[in-house]
Every structure is written in structure tokens, then in C-alpha cells.
Design a protein. Structure first.
Length: 286
């Protein structure tokens, strides 16, 4: 994948840098969460996405090499909807991107944050990504001007979700969709590995960013409008009730809990036509 050979008549060397803002963007989008579409329909639409979910614009050299990491278990319907809407958006944004669906194996308590760390680790071994977008499977942007790209600070892109009346419920919310350059993510040692069950791992991530002296940037709340697919709480992802002590320790614990101490076992890797799915055994809650 991600061949570096010629595309059409131009080589990577003589293709121009893509413009800062792509001219193919359309702005606000109509997102119908009840749309009837099959995965085969989506595959048929995206012949230019190569095996494993990799794409790069043919006409120009992308600004960033972006790995999109999605934590996953038992959300096939959401994955289909997410791909249906995100692929055209990401292509119009002219990213050089790869999609990584990181699936938690077995029925142990879900650990969203650890899956994100696994995604970072696995993606950066495959290609020279310099930007990592960590996205829930159930958030779909309603405007393609909400760039899935990194900035000079970590970015939060799900700051205007329909579920919260298109505004931020609290200033330090850092869930849903976030973007880190490789250096930014390494600087904070990634996410904590210790959040088993729902809640708080995103707040802890925010604390790491602040402790590392960085600020969080957000797009304006018109461009950032997003839909969240309505769903019930999943079995195995009950609220953990133990988040607050962990969040308050972030500043010192970030040195010893994160990417550098990540351990897991890869159970399976599947190169789907539209994404790479990596199934991992995260072990037992400590
Ligand atoms: N996820 C899965 N499978 C699971 C649990 C979580 O794939 O079993 C992933 C998925 O990418 C999801 C993300 O982890 O988008 C975050 O989990 P979540 O969607 O459960 O968290 P959220 O805060 O919702 O979006 C919490 C449950 C709300 C219940 C409201 C009932 N009305
Ligand atoms: C906070 C959670 C965050 C979560 C946010 C929004 O209470 O992890 O709600 O959740 N923090 C703690 O539990 C400590 S949402 O309404 O989107 O499900 O992101």
C-alpha cells in the first residue's frame, strides 16, 4: 500500500503540494443516520482507496500523513455509517490517510484509551505518519471544513456535537475526536492504560496536555457541528467510577503510565478494503 510509484504521469517529486484548503470542499453536509447502504455499496464508491484503507490524493502531495485510529468492539453498523460519511470527507480534504480499526478481543471490560495507544503504536510501524486522529466510531462531522488534521497544539474536533446542543458541555471536554502530531502524542506518553470501563480517560488526556505545557485548539463551533449516532451503553463498558483519583494524578503518572509501558497481544490483523482491523488482547484490568 501507499505506493510511492508514479500516479498518472506525475511522480511524487513533481506533484505540487496540495493547497492549504482544498477546492473540492462543499461545507455543510446532510447526515442521515438512517441511510440504507451496504458495505459493498461503499466499497464500490471507493475504488481509489487501497487495501487496508489507505488513500492519498492523486493530483498533489498531501500536507500531512494521517493515521485515523478508531476504538472498536461490536459496532458493525456504526462502522459502516462512519465509513460511508467519513471517506468522502477525508478524500475531499486531500489527506494522505490510513484507517485503523482497533478491536478489543474477548469480553473483558472495554478500555478505549489503551486501544488508542495500540492504534498509534501499530500505525506508526506501518508508515511514516506524522498526524494521528483518535476518533470514536459514532461521531460524524456535518461539515467537511472540519479538517481531520493536526495543528501546532493538540486539537479537539468534536466540540459541537448534536447531543450537547452543538456546544461544549464543559471547557475541558476532550472526547470524541482529537488530533495529535506524533511529537505531541509522544510528549505526553499517549493515553493512560488504566481506564477500564466508561469515563474519564479523555479528561485525563486533557490533563496530560496541560501538564506538558500545551493548549487545546478547536475549530469554530459552526464548522465543528457533528452528529453522534444514538446508542445505548454497551455491555462491558459500564461507568468505572474510579476516574477522578486517576485524573488528579495525571501530571506525575503520565511519566509511568502510557505508550512507553503499553503491553498487549495482537490476535489478528485483517486488511479490509476500506480499513485495517487489528484485534488485540489488552489483558485484564489491573
Ligand atoms: N466502543 C465500541 N464498543 C463498545 C464500547 C465502546 O466500539 O462496546 C468504542 C466506539 O468507538 C465508541 C467509543 O468506544 O464510539 C466510546 O464509547 P461510547 O460510545 O460508549 O461512549 P459515549 O460516551 O456513550 O459515546 C456512552 C454511553 C451513552 C449511553 C446513553 C444512553 N442513553
Ligand atoms: C464526563 C466524562 C468524560 C466524558 C464526558 C461526556 O463526565 O469521560 O462526561 O460524556 N468524565 C468522567 O467520567 C470523569 S458523554 O456525555 O459524551 O457520554 O467524555
Amino acid at each position: 500500500f501507499h505506493q510511492r510509484e508514479n500516479i498518472g504521469n506525475s511522480t511524487a517529486e513533481d506533484r505540487p503540494q496540495c493547497p492549504e484548503t482544498s477546492s473540492t470542499l462543499v461545507g455543510p453536509l446532510n447526515i442521515d443516520l438512517n441511510v440504507k447502504v451496504t458495505i459493498d455499496d461503499i466499497i464500490a464508491e471507493h475504488g481509489d482507496v487501497s487495501e487496508g484503507g489507505h488513500f492519498k490524493p492523486a493530483e498533489c502531495t498531501a500536507h500531512q500523513r494521517i493515521a485515523i485510529v478508531v476504538p472498536f468492539r461490536n459496532r458493525e453498523t456504526h462502522l459502516k455509517l462512519w465509513l460511508y460519511y467519513l471517506l468522502p470527507i477525508l478524500k475531499r480534504q486531500q489527506g494522505d490517510f490510513g484507517i485503523y480499526v482497533i478491536e478489543q478481543f474477548g469480553d473483558t471490560t472495554f478500555n478505549r484509551a489503551k486501544l488508542m495507544n495500540v492504534g498509534f503504536n501499530e500505525a506508526q510501524r506501518e508508515y511514516d505518519y506524522n498526524c494521528f486522529i483518535f476518533s470514536d466510531i459514532d461521531i460524524i462531522p456535518m461539515d467537511d471544513r472540519n479538517f481531520y488534521r493536526c495543528g501546532s497544539n493538540p486539537r479537539h474536533m468534536a466540540n459541537a456535537v448534536d447531543k450537547f446542543g452543538f456546544s461544549l458541555p464543559y471547557d475541558t471536554l476532550f472526547g470524541g475526536v482529537v488530533a495529535f502530531t506524533k511529537d505531541q502524542f509522544l510528549k505526553i506518553n499517549g493515553y493512560s492504560n488504566m481506564f477500564w470501563g466508561w469515563g474519564g480517560e479523555d479528561d485525563e488526556l486533557y490533563s496530560r496536555v496541560a501538564a506538558a505545557g500545551m493548549k487545546v485548539e478547536r475549530p469554530n463551533s459552526v464548522i465543528a457541528k457533528s452528529r453522534m449516532i444514538v446508542h445505548n451503553r454497551d455491555p462491558g463498558n459500564e461507568s468505572n467510577g474510579k476516574s477522578f483519583p486517576l485524573i488528579s494524578q495525571a501530571q506525575w503518572r503520565m511519566r509511568i503510565d502510557g505508550l512507553r509501558t503499553l503491553s498487549y497481544k495482537t490476535v489478528n490483523t485483517t486488511r479490509h478494503k476500506l480499513y485495517t482491523k487489528i484485534t488485540v488482547d489488552l489483558g485484564q484490568p489491573g
